[in-house]
Design a protein around this ligand. Sequence first.
Ligand code: CA
Length: 493
Amino acid sequence: MMNILKNIKLFFLIAALLMANMVGAQDSRPNILVVLCDDLGYNDVGFNGSTDIKTPELDKLARGGTIFTSAYVAHPFCGPSRSAIMTGRYPHFTGTAYNLFQNSSEEDKDNMGIPVEETYMSKVLQDAGYYTGAVGKWHLGAAPKYHPNHRGFDNFYGFLGGGHEYFPGKYQITYQEQLKAGNKNIRDYLKPLEHNGKDVKETEYLTDAFSREAIRNIKTAAEKKKPFFVYLAYNAPHVPLQAKAEDLKKFANIKDKDRRTYAAMVYAVDRGVGQIIKTLKETKQYGNTLIVFLSDNGGNTDHGANNYPLKGTKGDTWEGGYRVPMFFHWPNKIVGRSHFDFPVSALDLYPTFVQMAKANIPQGKRVDGRDIMSDVLAGTDFYSDQMIYALRYREGYSDVGGRKGDWKITRMGNEPWRLHNLKEDIGEKKNLSGKYPELLQTMVSEMENWTRDFVRPLWFYSEKDLEYWTDGRMPRYDETFEINKLVTHPYKN
Ligand code: CA
């Protein structure tokens, strides 16, 4: 008996070694490059109709791949949206539906981040043999256990906070001055960039630095003969609006100063993507690389962005808050489908990537999206029977939005519920709630059910919010899902 067991063990050992060898020798699994912009509006790229911002490189990729006209992120602002991309879960289920703060105090830092129990997509890909690199903005926790190097990234270059100044020649001087002055609470936006936990002295305009580092990751993976997963999270065109003179020159015709600077910042991303494409071609990885381009939330229309034809702005649950520009580009696989108009969610990226890497979602881990690749290739609608949600906690009430098929329900602040047919009314102008009260009721009830499993946020924006959660008024507040009640903000003050 013992002998048989030994032989079986030996057999599996040899089989495992053979398989590992095969993977090493001819790993044909695709590379994955995510290019994530920060606060980029729906109309701020050429491929979505921008007439003043030029994005020739992105447009070329978009037109050679598939443009998603109804792509949603899981939350209308930065941190929770990124948490959802990395974990594959709505942030309300992981306690991360608020942004992390600037300069969280040291004692808080250890509890401020996305729970380590939620395995990131990067970790799954790393374990599956991918070379993994994160570049740019993190915003998912600054304590060591939340650091990219502990969350599945072989390599990290960037900053851990929620934003950053763009010109090292300026922010480094300000940082030194504040250090000398004994400021113990220096803004994240001024701190040195880091490479795998060590401060670096960056010399380039931030967007250019991040393009450069993405290229470095791609070259390293080629040398290692490994497929790669690169998460390139530009902080552009998030404020502060700061652009290079050479890029600004291209947009001298734009009169509004904010818009001009914003356009130049987007153009810098485009230039960088052009360089990255050149590297992919040089290293012969271009054909077998899936490039996913998207924004983490809608554009901020107070700071140069344009979400036309969508209503609303970053942070709200009108379409403009969380419907984003997005495309897939993968020459070996995706050809001949220029547009995909059915809804997709950034939550779908996790299971899609895992499938592409021939890996498995960790046992016991839940994901809220699904592998969409075959539907994208076939042009089929897989969300016709499932709602895509957005809910933002305000103090004392919530903004909510839910899309199913062509229909969307929206409740913003103390306004009554609205119902729109997005196919005919993408700008959410014509409220059809009076015409289809039953449809409204069904969708609102479905949305309410979705909130039943929300968990307590790990951090709150305010003492008031914490109080509302503790006494049970959050997460639903009495009025939010009551169609005939107006939200009166009774808890304010
Ligand atoms: Ca953002």
